[in-house]
Design a protein around this ligand. Structure first.
Ligand code: DQA
Length: 147
């Protein structure tokens, strides 16, 4: 069975109360429930994690090799700073869909650069929590293009 990892970075544990005008009022637990329902619909296995530290995110990416077929990554602010996350993705050679709740290109200039985009198969941003199931469909389609 196809297995994917959805990995969430710093401050995303605060979704629901964190700047709801930017990120919406859906909590990360709500998003996980949406993703689990979507995984059943797509008939894929799902792991869902959140970490605030860069090292812990790196460990999850390393551990995904041989366990998961692809990763959906909302790296939060590390998107814009982390060469280490970019290198980890290249190192494990798993397809990654980059995800953001907000449209990072319509926000501050410093959010326009993404190190993740340089190694991602594609990017979904700007659709709030709805982006998560969209990213799952995109990754499942990428992994099984003829289904
Ligand atoms: C984010 C966008 C990032 O710029 C920001 O630092 C986040 C969340 C998003 O989902 O919109 O923490 O990744």
């Amino acid at each position: 069975m196809t297995s994917i990892l959805i990995l969430n970075g710093p401050n995303l544990n605060l979704l629901g109360t964190r700047q709801p005008e930017v990120y919406g009022s859906t909590t990360l637990a709500d998003i996980e429930a949406m993703c689990r329902a979507k995984a059943q619909e797509l008939n894929i296995a799902l792991a869902f994690d959140q970490e605030n530290s860069e090292g812990a995110l790196l460990d999850h990416i390393h551990a995904a090799r041989g366990v998961h077929d692809g990763i959906i990554l909302n790296a939060g602010a590390y998107t814009h700073t982390s060469v280490a996350l970019m290198d980890a993705i290249s190192s494990v050679a798993l397809p990654v869909v980059e995800l953001h709740l907000s449209n990072i290109h319509a926000r501050e200039e410093f959010r326009h650069n993404s190190y993740i985009s340089k190694v991602a198969v594609g990017v979904i941003c700007g659709f709030g929590a709805a982006g998560y199931p969209l990213a799952m469909e995109a990754l499942a389609g990428h992994l099984a293009p003829n289904e």
